[in-house]
Design a protein around this ligand. Structure first.
Ligand code: GUN
Ligand code: ZN
Length: 440
């Protein structure tokens, strides 16, 4: 094939991040091209820049033969990244009035038990992934259930959509219903089989998934450590310091440890590629240890508010050097929308008199998420060679947004209004490896 004929051009207002813009919204951290172009080939980024410059530099034949998507006036961003979400909990999103431990017992465990039926896992995977794409989310770190086939179903659905996804079988061998319990030996065996089948297959990666310290025996956490450290580029996902009662319980179950982070540290569950949901009630020494080991936190603002868990201290985590991504944490979270998640993150910051800037929020939802998941070699921005997953946002998608945008001048102002007033209605299109997947 003549490579010049396989080029794709995307025109629109293009924004991507090269680094964390920090507290002062450092303008060197991003590139914005109001009339911009993305040049793609074989699903990867070749160049990003001003439309005029890129067009002028293109060979005539490429110009004539390139496929073009014209999104002029709309915002083209790298695909959004949800760093912590439970696909089997779609059916309990928005369940009333409980805090974490009661919520798990009354809503979550019964929902997850229904995944003993492989057909439910299959149907839910397809629905979940199609809805993620409709929300402009192209990568996620996803909890399945304890059933190995819940991971099989998820990876099959992700593979058929060509998605870069992380997923893992939940490991839990105590303090949960009998029908959701595995053992250290079965978790080792089942996780190994899944890793060998799926880890590194196409765009898929496995994430070792001990639910959280209270639902695993020390023997099982030992197994999780062996799995996490036993394979190259392995990922790990779990929960940490979300709820006061949970933290007290961890203290009772694991006496002799300095704190919650120390429990995971003891079992060698920290390191680059490991990400923990929540991390709300950490002390300074715990943050330091996470930072030293390159362990990330998934900031789940809508879930933290909905379950009454507390406010995540983003500034403290950042100051300590802990990598942070943003996450919906559905079904504790109330929406798959990363726009609404950014709005909640802003609100949580405001309540602490430290509002999150629009630029920082968009950084966290793209490159920051990729860094937190150790996937930034592949995704997160439009640097040449990166995989061309992107979403297109309509600044004028609703009458309210349209009205508001007439009074917004800077890109920062527009991006902030988009976060605050927007949701999936603002997602005009989502592309995976350059191909438009939604609308179909
Ligand atoms: N801690 C342990 N399991 C869960 C879960 O499924 N959701 C949340 N939000 N926290 C947890
Ligand atoms: Zn969670």
């Amino acid at each position: 094939m003549n490579p010049q004929t396989s080029a794709t051009l995307v025109r629109g207002s293009i924004l991507h991040f090269l680094a964390d813009p920090g507290e002062n919204d450092d303008a060197d951290a991003w590139q914005f091209f109001e009339d911009g172009a993305l040049l793609l080939e074989h699903g990867r980024v070749i160049r990003v820049g001003a439309w005029k410059e890129i067009i002028t530099a293109l060979p005539t034949l490429t110009k004539q033969t390139a496929r073009t998507f014209d999104y002029s006036g709309k915002l083209v961003m790298p695909g959004l990244i949800d760093t912590h979400v439970h696909y089997p909990q779609m059916q309990v999103m928005g369940s009333f009035g409980r805090q974490l431990l009661d919520w798990l017992e009354h809503y979550t465990f019964p929902a997850e038990a229904t995944f003993a039926d492989r057909g439910i896992a299959k149907k839910t995977s397809a629905f979940f992934l199609d809805r993620l794409l409709a929300h402009g989310t192209t990568t996620a770190s996803v909890f399945a259930t304890v059933h190995p086939h819940s991971v099989e179903a998820f990876f099959e659905a992700a593979q058929s959509r060509n998605l870069r996804m992380l997923c893992g079988k939940v490991m839990m061998d105590r303090h949960c219903p009998e029908n959701l319990r595995d053992t250290p030996a079965s978790a080792l065996h089942d996780s190994r089989k899944l890793i060998e089948r799926w880890h590194g297959k196409g765009r898929l990666r496995y994430s070792v998934t001990p639910r959280f310290a209270p639902t695993s025996t020390p023997e099982q956490l030992q197994v999780a450590g062996e799995l996490f450290n036993g394979y190259p580029d392995m990922h790990l996902q779990s929960h940490l310091s979300e709820n006061r009662r949970e933290i007290e319980w961890v203290g009772e179950l694991f006496p002799g440890h300095r704190n919650y982070v120390d429990v995971y540290d003891h079992f060698k569950l920290l390191g680059r590629g490991a990400i923990y949901g929540h991390g709300i009630h950490l002390d300074a020494s715990e943050r330091t240890r996470l930072a030293e080991t390159g362990t990330a936190i998934a900031f789940c603002p809508s879930s933290n508010l909905f379950l009454g868990s507390g406010f995540f201290h983003y500034d403290a985590a950042h100051a300590a050097g802990v990598p942070v991504g943003l996450a919906t944490d559905v079904g504790g979270g109330t929406s798959l929308s990363m726009l609404r998640t950014m709005a909640s993150a802003y609100t949580v910051g405001q309540a602490q008199h430290k509002p999150l800037s629009a630029m920082r929020a968009w950084y966290l939802a793209t490159l920051g998420g990729a860094q937190a998941l150790a996937l930034d070699n592949f995704i997160g921005n439009f640097k040449p060679g990166k995989e061309a997953d992107f979403a297109v946002f309509d600044f004028n998608a609703t009458p309210e947004l349209d009205w508001r945008m007439r009074h917004a001048s800077s890109i920062e102002e527009k991006l902030f209004a988009l976060i605050t007033l927007g949701d999936e209605r603002c997602v005009s299109a989502t592309h995976i490896l350059g191909e438009r997947v939604t609308p179909a």
